[in-house]
Ligand binder design. Structure first.
Ligand SMILES: *[C@@H]1O[C@H](CO)[C@@H](O)[C@H](O)[C@H]1NC(C)=O
Ligand SMILES: *[C@@H]1O[C@H](CO)[C@@H](O)[C@H](O)[C@H]1NC(C)=O
Ligand SMILES: *[C@@H]1O[C@H](CO)[C@@H](O)[C@H](O)[C@H]1NC(C)=O
Ligand SMILES: [Zn+2]
Length: 242
């Protein structure tokens, strides 16, 4: 009896600590709402369906926490129980992150994607972008959308999932042009200050102010943009092969 009790206690202790350690990792829920749609069929047959999606979500989640945002402890990370992906018949975007923890991927996009990358590759690239939205801080809604999008594309760039056509360094007219324009500018800021994007993201947990750029680099964002454009003044048009 005593050894039985000891065994039970050990088991309980083990499962409790197990739970605490894994507690921070969300559950990945994937729902194919378009199983008979051309895109829903390709999702299963070409991409690898729910098992592949859950596998890369876990991988991307860790990549974003540890490599992009440098959030090594649960206290730094956005707490999430589930992250849910719907494969769904809609037009207007390739994918959209919504709510606190949900992503919709367009079955129309999956059906009609023309290449040149293969479908599984571009899906994985898109998932890096959308997973960033789920995991990033946005100053409780105060971070401007172009910066939010720039950080999502910065993850794509860091993961080497930037598709052909992703902007080269030095592109654009303003720092907050969004998406790959802003991602390239953030990459430059990272050269000036190691882990710039991680630090910026972590400052945006509760609020946002453009002075965060100056706080981290010592220069206002407009000055950083001028320096960035000057650095690439003659190179942007040459096009750097990637
Ligand atoms: C998480 O997903 C599961 C389905 O796998 C569901 O039963 C549960 O209610 C979800 N939890 C939350 C908090 O949404
Ligand atoms: C995403 O898809 C879900 C499930 O079909 C739907 O309820 C939700 O309204 C969609 N969200 C957006 C932003 O389109
Ligand atoms: C950056 O912000 C922190 C926290 O508000 C502050 O202590 C620090 O002095 C600021 N640094 C600069 C260079 O503005
Ligand atoms: Zn986005």
């Amino acid at each position: 009896m005593a050894s039985h009790f000891f065994f039970l206690c050990t088991l309980l202790t083990f499962s409790l600590s197990f739970h605490v350690i894994l507690g921070a990792i969300p559950k990945y829920v994937v729902i194919n709402e378009a199983p008979t749609h051309g895109g829903g069929i390709k999702f299963v047959k070409v991409i690898g369906g729910i098992p592949y999606t859950q596998k890369i979500m876990r991988h991307i989640n860790k990549f974003i926490w540890y490599k992009v945002f440098k959030q090594n402890t649960p206290a730094d990370q956005k707490p999430l129980d589930n992250v849910t992906v719907f494969i769904k018949d809609f037009v207007g975007a390739e994918g959209i992150a919504w709510g606190n923890d949900k992503i919709n991927i367009s079955a129309v996009f999956l059906r009609d994607y023309p290449g040149p990358m293969d479908l599984k590759w571009i899906f994985t690239s898109l998932m890096h972008h959308e997973m960033t939205h789920v995991l990033q801080w946005n100053g409780e809604g105060k971070t401007p959308a172009p910066l939010v999008e720039g950080i999502a594309d910065y993850t794509v760039l860091k993961a080497n999932y930037n598709p052909p056509g992703f902007n080269k360094p030095g592109s654009g007219d303003k720092w907050d042009q969004g998406y790959d324009y802003t991602a390239r500018f953030l990459e430059y800021c990272d050269e000036l200050v190691p882990d710039f994007v991680a630090k910026l993201n972590n400052m945006m947990r509760k609020t946002y102010d453009v002075s965060f750029f100056q706080n981290l680099t010592g220069k206002p964002v407009e000055g950083l943009w001028k320096d960035y454009k000057a650095k690439y003044a003659n190179k942007a048009s040459e096009g750097i092969k990637s």
